[in-house]
Design a binder for this molecule. Sequence first.
Ligand code: FEO
Length: 172
Amino acid sequence: MKFNKKVEEILNKQVNAEFWSAFMYLSMASWFESKGLKGFANWMRVQYQEESAHALKIHDYIITRGGEAKLAQLDAVPLEWKSIMHVFEETYKHECKVTDLIHGCYNVAADERDHASTNMLQWFIDEQVEEEQNVIAIIDQLKLIGDNGQAIYMLDKELATRVFVDPTQAAN
Ligand code: FEO
């Protein structure tokens, strides 16, 4: 079946949004590096890799459907945050926005009766639930920790153990 143009267009926008997310998390990783928080930096670097994998999954899907993947210019990402908590609050806000964008893509695919695309996007809907939960779990820990330097040091050690496992491959 010929690939629906409206779906192709909104999925291309989503590729851009996922790459923007990747850049933002790499920027956060760099900010943590500058503060000497290597574990937090590692967690954000893995997040960068996850977002790149998300972008590629949609990019490759567009091509598989006979569409054209069109990369657009990325807006500048933030470079500074006020605190560790601020970084994760912004991360949570951003993930909620991405969830809305994914739902928007799904709604267009559903309106156009493009079932292959709704099926592909269902994976992202499930992934977003996990993404939001991961961030909430860290925010909850940060609330408990407050200004306790020793506890921040321990959390940094814990976040240093996060390893990238390509979520798009694990699902196949
Ligand atoms: Fe690709 Fe974190 O959403």
